[in-house]
Design a protein around this ligand. Structure first.
Ligand SMILES: [Mg+2]
Length: 383
């Protein structure tokens, strides 16, 4: 079998929002001379067209090759042309790698996880995002997820630029929001909080101390990744687990976090970390150090399908982020029941694109993430 063509389509999935606005996703179709087509989601949020270009460049290395030689092709794609990793290349490789697994699974007639050692669980726990601007939005959103059967959610700690150190009133206001959500959903429901790398280390410590009383499941990106000594310092200052990983690429990106014990919950994103097998390798590195894995995924349904293939057979898996179950994109969307999704049973990634519906979702891939500026002085502020 040989790879014959790589095609990237930009689209906006129905009801798909990241933060407050819809964003373009990429659907990669990899064709073969055997007629088997594999799907992947090579995407970096807000950079759909850039990643699509990178995918087409990777096509130069892999067209004409056997798609089942995944590790071999991965080495060539990730390490070839001198420069390795980074958000654009790692995301492009991740999407191609997912499609190669989809083809390989379809060829052998088994789900991808069967080729990676099989499943260790019968169903996969998932959590949902809750967005909002006011406290009531978060409370109502949390109750809505609870009614829908979820037993865990994630919320942003804030939705505005923060000063390096905020006033006690502001810290209290942000913490109270979590308190109101906890009050509404009760204690038998997990609340994860994403600080989104928006907090300074000093602010992160102040905030975490205030929200500890509401027992969040984990604190995500307490500070920007990169200086893991500082993140480790925050980790030592609280009993709440720190989580990080969506902006780390490949095993090499995780080494420092794990060795310095800067986080105990690793969040590789199957669309950024290097793909399905790379996520499994990162999980194995984490297992040795008693880290759990909560794969990041605010992306579309192909990314969710690829994530589930990792989760099924990863023993230190904690919970899967999900944003889109495939309604309006997949012929058979995934179904969440009591906070879980069944382990997929169909070959490859286990999905079929509804081509008719999908043809109405296409866009030009131009959507970007928000840019924020400090209301005090107009300087750039991390979104
Ligand atoms: Mg995050």
């Amino acid at each position: 079998m040989k790879i014959t063509k790589l095609e990237v389509l930009h689209y906006v999935a129905p009801n798909m929002k990241i933060a407050y606005k819809p964003l373009s996703w990429n659907l990669l179709k990899v064709s073969t001379d055997e007629g088997i087509v594999g799907y992947g989601e090579p995407i970096l949020e807000g950079r759909a067209r850039t990643v699509a270009t990178a995918v087409h460049e990777l096509g130069d290395y892999i067209i004409g090759k056997d798609p089942r030689d995944i590790e071999r092709l991965w080495q060539d794609m990730y390490k070839g042309s001198f420069y390795r990793g980074g958000p654009i290349l790692a995301s492009a490789v991740s999407g191609v790698e997912q499609a190669l697994w989809d083809i390989t699974g379809k060829w052998y007639g088994v789900p991808v996880y069967k080729l990676l050692g099989g499943a260790v669980r019968d169903k996969i726990r998932v959590y949902s995002w809750v967005f909002g601007e006011k406290d009531e939005d978060y409370v109502e959103g949390a109750l809505d997820r609870q009614r829908k059967g979820f037993n865990a959610m994630k919320m942003l700690a804030c939705h505005e630029p923060l000063r390096y150190i905020e006033t006690p009133a502001k810290v209290g206001e942000l913490a109270d929001r979590v308190g109101k959500v906890r009050q509404a959903v009760g204690k038998d429901f997990d609340i994860a909080i994403d600080l989104h790398g928006r907090f300074s280390p000093a602010m992160a410590k102040l905030y975490i101390k205030e929200v500890e009383q509401y027992s969040p499941m984990f604190i995500e990106e307490a500070i920007l990744p990169g200086n893991h000594d500082v993140m480790a310092d925050i980790a030592r200052s609280t009993h709440i687990p720190l989580a990080t990983g969506e902006r780390l690429f490949g095993r090499w990106g995780y080494r420092d976090v794990i060795e310095k014990r800067a986080a105990t919950i690793l969040q590789p994103d199957v669309c950024h970390c290097g793909g399905i097998l790379e996520l499994k390798k990162i999980a194995a590195m984490g297992e040795v150090n008693y880290c759990a894995v909560a794969p990041h995924n605010p992306m579309g349904p192909v990314a969710f399908a690829a994530s589930l293939q990792c989760d099924a057979g990863t023993i230190n898996f904690l919970i899967q982020e999900q944003s889109h179950m495939g309604e309006g994109v997949l012929k058979e969307p995934f179904v969440q029941k009591d906070g879980f999704v069944d382990v997929p049973t169909k070959p490859g990634l286990g999905i079929e694109i509804d081509e008719e519906k999908f043809s109405h979702l296409l866009d030009d891939g131009s959507g970007h993430l928000d840019h924020w500026y400090d209301p005090d002085d107009g300087s750039f502020s991390t979104w």
